[in-house]
Design a protein around this ligand. Structure first.
Ligand SMILES: [Zn+2]
Length: 203
């Protein structure tokens, strides 16, 4: 395999897998950890995604990678199809597909990305990952990553305790809201072709 030569290189899929399975040599591991220490949300997401997939595979007693899971792994690294025009202007309910409270990540992934609660929602071809971290008894930080064809065209609207907050993802899909009230969160994704409501989340 090819190893990143310095901490500035993005981690390719093979490196992420080898990292999670503790198969990197010392130099490659140092480079990977150095890169993951940088504010590179896309590589952190790769580690998170592959960690969740590995855990699912490990728990799968057949020992085979199910076709849907294999496709999902590939989808992470390829652009997704456009939202169907029939979906435009409709509001749909996104589906919770991962919650770290019920599906803990393997140790290597926890080492890399800490102990925040992570959730993944899916709606049509969109995927949104959320990371909830307590700031205090009354507030949380909400980090997220939207996988959509043009993430910067979307708005993430969060309503909590009578307050409304809005975040605009950058071109990689990453967004951040700090000092969000630690009460039930109502989250909407508002995009160019429609909007989606997430099931409410209680931090
Ligand atoms: Zn990176």
């Amino acid at each position: 395999m090819t190893s990143p030569r310095s901490g500035t290189r993005h981690l390719d899929m093979q490196t992420v897998l080898d990292h999670l399975e503790d198969k990197l040599d010392a130099g490659a591991r140092r480079a990977a950890e150095e890169h993951l220490g940088r504010p590179c949300s896309s590589c952190r997401e790769r580690v998170r995604e592959m960690g969740a997939l590995l855990e699912t595979m490990r728990l799968d007693t057949t020992g085979e990678v199910p076709a849907w899971l294999h496709q999902r792994a590939l989808d992470v690294f390829h652009p997704r199809a456009q939202v169907s025009p029939a979906r435009r202007l409709l509001e749909s309910l996104a589906e919770l597909v991962f919650d770290s409270l019920s599906q803990p990540l393997p140790m290597a992934a926890r080492r890399s990305i800490g102990e925040a609660r992570r959730l993944r929602f899916q709606a049509d071809t969109l995927v949104i990952d959320l990371e909830l971290e307590r700031e205090s008894t009354s507030s949380v930080t909400l980090r997220g990553w939207l996988q959509a064809p043009d993430p910067a065209l979307w708005r993430i609207q969060v309503q909590a305790a009578g307050e409304e907050r809005n975040a605009h993802p950058d071109s990689s899909g990453a967004f951040l809201l700090e000092a969000v009230p630690a009460s039930e969160l109502q989250i909407h994704l508002i995009g160019p072709h429609g909007s989606y409501r997430l099931p409410s989340v209680t931090p």
